[in-house]
Ligand binder design. Structure first.
Ligand code: IPE
Ligand code: IPE
Ligand code: MG
Length: 234
């Protein structure tokens, strides 16, 4: 069950699929397939730990510059995912949201996404947000433009609500696999006070146990949000 030490909202940058495949002399797409398989099982585990909201970085806006072959393969995987998984999400009470620029992805996938979001809209147990064609900076600019069009100044609260993650709990924990220590344009505004954990493992090798370790580390950290260390408070 969730307690004070359990993050409400976890972000995952699933990176390292390509290198995982390369090390096995497999095509990159085999790495993406293995990554998707791992993510399906890992999500079950994460929700089982009491986490209410997970945002997964599946494809960045910048990833759209990758070779057509790789993108076609990734889009085929997304098609497969949305055609086979949204029913299961709905049965489990998990609400699906897809964030990112839909203009960057094929129209038939956008239709599948809309169907999936409608089918799961009543899910109250947890939320799964999948970031596809997503960029944190782009999302901030889009939110700014909305405010400009509405002719209104924003507050921190109203601005956060205008982002594509609006309505989700604050991001508590951000995990990046793939042995890189950067955000690569993921949830930039939202990550302001998130705890960051970087794993050297390539995503297909990231186990449920690795996530348990991350939860332990998260629970042991002291989140101060700019306030004093408790020992120095009077
Ligand atoms: C992450 O894996 C998934 C996507 C970006 C689509 P990569 O494809 O970036 O894998 P590496 O970083 O090349 O190993
Ligand atoms: C970030 O990984 C995007 C996703 C995991 C979807 P990248 O592989 O694109 O990041 P960089 O290029 O190493 O920064
Ligand atoms: Mg990468």
């Amino acid at each position: 069950m969730a307690d004070m030490g359990t993050p409400e909202h976890v972000g995952i940058i699933m990176d390292g699929n390509g290198r995982w495949a390369k090390r096995r002399l497999l095509p990159r797409l085999a790495g993406h397939r293995a990554g998707m398989k791992r993510m399906l099982a890992l999500l079950e585990h994460i929700y089982g730990c009491g986490v209410k909201c997970v945002t997964v970085f599946a494809l960045s806006a910048e990833n759209l510059s990758r070779p057509k072959d790789e993108l076609d393969g990734l889009f085929a995987l997304f098609r497969e995912y949305f055609s086979t998984q949204t029913e299961r999400l709905s049965e489990k009470g998990i609400r699906l949201r897809v964030i990112g620029d839909r203009g960057l992805i094929p129209a038939d996938i956008v239709s599948l996404i809309k169907e999936g979001e409608e089918k799961t809209a009543k899910g109250e147990r947890a939320t799964l947000a999948i970031a596809i064609g997503y960029g944190g900076r782009q999302d901030i600019v889009a939110a700014c433009n909305k405010a400009v069009r509405a002719g209104r100044e924003v507050t921190l609260k109203s601005f956060a609500e205008t982002l594509s993650t609006g309505g989700m709990p604050a991001l508590d924990l951000l995990i990046r696999t793939g042995d890189e220590k950067r955000l690569s344009n993921f949830l930039l505004f939202e990550a302001a006070y998130a705890e960051l954990i970087f794993s050297t493992k390539m995503f297909p090798d990231y186990t449920d146990g690795d996530f348990d370790e991350a939860l332990k580390e998260y629970a042991a950290r002291e989140r101060r949000f700019g306030a004093l260390h408790p020992a120095d408070r009077t």
